[in-house]
Design a protein around this ligand. Structure first.
Ligand code: HEM
Length: 320
């Protein structure tokens, strides 16, 4: 009998998902010797999302799961995603995009925090002692899509087919189609210094107006504005975008005000070029003014397998 030539579905995880009101970001390391348990868990994730999400269909619950470079080798071995590597640090002392430990990233989104909370609980229960959570952030929507520094965040994100085209791997990496790369960084802001700026000065830092979120004209936008240094082009001069779903978080009582940055792309390259422009500068020294008020305290790069591959990975016989 001829073997079937039907390809498995290459449906991505919920990468290109509409921005929600709530999110939980979890980064965990895998305990030594727990690789088998984590691998088996990969087959359970989708079912847990269905079980929790079904109870509140309008809550739009999703989960994206990614793996760091070393974790991939430990869990799954070869073949591996072509461009997956440990997070590269950028910057100079005092202004660094730091790399911090992390094997697994969970990006849980919903319209209600209770759904995110319940799913995080179920996922952690299933993992048990196999992992140690090294960072956990609950993010919330802040008014009309504002970041904690008061500017609308996410405006220039690609949408629809463009979002898919910029984030989802195609035939450039056979076996990993439908996957994506994701960069996360947890930032803390010095709100006293930020709030001491006039609104006009803040607008020059971001490169957009604060209230109405309109891009500043070329004459008015400094070359070290955040939205100047994060615009990049490919070798043909075409703009290359990433998909961001940043969330504010914080503890006012502790004086903590933060942005959890999360950016998806089809390859790590645009993410890293943006970081280089921000932290090193374009040209070097002309760094992002936003970093005078923001410190990256975590950083990690992860590969997000397609939904199909995520389940299939549970059957791999092992890594290193
Ligand atoms: C301190 C953390 C950050 C904050 C508070 C922040 C905030 C913002 C805001 C308010 C905008 C303008 C509105 C918009 O288009 O979304 C923006 C734009 C943008 N940001 Fe960030 N951002 C942060 C970190 C990053 C990082 C680390 C990257 C990339 C690695 C990045 C990439 C971008 C891009 C690509 C744009 C759109 C630029 C354009 O096309 O005009 N951001 N960000």
């Amino acid at each position: 009998m001829p073997t079937s030539s039907v390809q498995p579905p290459l449906e991505p995880q919920s990468v290109c998902h509409p921005i929600t009101s709530s999110a939980i970001f979890m980064v965990a390391t895998i305990a030594p010797g727990s690789e088998d348990g984590v691998r088996a868990w990969c087959a359970d994730i989708a079912g847990l999302v269905r079980s929790v999400g079904k109870r509140v269909p309008a809550g739009n619950l999703t989960c994206v799961c990614g793996f760091g470079s070393q974790a991939w080798d430990r869990l799954f071995g070869a073949p591996r995603p072509a461009a997956l590597h440990p997070f590269r640090e950028f910057g100079v002392e005092g202004r660094m995009a730091v790399s911090t430990p992390g094997d697994i990233l969970l990006h849980i989104r919903a319209e209600q925090m209770d759904l995110c909370f319940e799913l995080a609980t179920q996922l952690m229960t299933a993992l048990g002692d196999s992992v140690k959570v090294v960072d956990e952030v609950q993010g919330f929507r802040y008014f009309d899509m504002r970041s904690i520094i008061g500017f609308v965040d996410g405006t220039e994100n690609p949408v629809g087919r463009k979002a898919v085209g910029f984030t989802i791997i195609g035939d450039e990496d056979p076996g990993f189609e439908g996957g994506s790369y994701v960069l996360v960084q947890k930032y803390l802001h010095n709100m006293t210094a930020w709030n001491s700026l006039t609104v006009e000065a803040q607008e020059k830092v971001i490169g957009r107006t604060k209230l109405s979120d309109i891009e500043l004209g070329e004459d008015a936008k400094p070359s070290n504005a955040h939205s100047a240094l994060t615009v990049i082009t490919d070798e043909n001069g075409e703009e290359v975008k990433i998909l961001r779903d940043n969330m504010p978080f914080g503890r006012p009582g502790a004086g903590e005000f933060g942005t959890y940055f999360i950016g998806y792309a089809r390859s790590p390259q645009p993410l890293e070029l943006m970081l280089e422009n921000m932290f090193v500068g374009r040209p070097a020294g002309n760094y992002d003014r936003l970093l005078d008020f923001s410190t990256a305290v975590t950083g990690g790069l992860f590969f997000v397998p397609s939904a199909y591959l995520l389940e299939a990975l549970a059957e791999r016989t092992g890594g290193l």
